[in-house]
Design a protein around this ligand. Structure first.
Ligand code: 5GP
Ligand code: ZN
Length: 117
């Protein structure tokens, strides 16, 4: 069913505690943890606990939780003392998405090029 945990999903396993992660914030609907392969001095992932393949599917099915992910992104930035930061939702393999459970990358702590690669 939509939103239910998927047995073969890495991030559902992090939500369920079956795979460890450096969790820095948690709410009823979201978890924020450090990316295992950071691309910036601060690189944190904010994910919904519910399983949706990407941000757009999350927003279509659960707009309130999509808003929770954005609110938590700012909370992470505040905790990490980031004045400027970038939120990235890679969507589709061609854009670099490798984990098909919606997640916001929060990147900061260095200059960020625009446009991104
Ligand atoms: P995507 O490429 O799908 O946009 O982002 C997936 C992100 O998950 C990547 O930045 C990757 O480094 C991160 N990642 C993959 N496996 C793990 C893991 O087991 N633990 C953590 N904390 N991050 C992971
Ligand atoms: Zn999942």
């Amino acid at each position: 069913m939509a939103g239910e945990p998927q047995d073969d999903c890495l991030f559902c396993k992090i939500v369920g505690g079956q795979i460890p992660a450096t969790i820095i914030r948690e709410t009823d609907t979201t978890v924020a943890f450090r990316d295992i392969n950071p691309q910036a001095p601060t690189h944190i992932l904010v994910i919904p606990k519910a399983h949706y393949a990407n941000a757009a599917e999350l927003a279509a099915a659960e707009p309130q939780i999509a808003a929770d992910v954005l609110r938590e992104s700012q909370a992470v930035a505040d905790e990490e003392h980031l004045d400027s930061y970038r939120i990235v939702f890679n969507t589709g393999a061609g854009a670099g998405q490798t984990v098909f459970h919606a997640h916001a990358h929060i990147l900061g702590g260095r200059g960020l090029q625009w446009p991104p690669g």
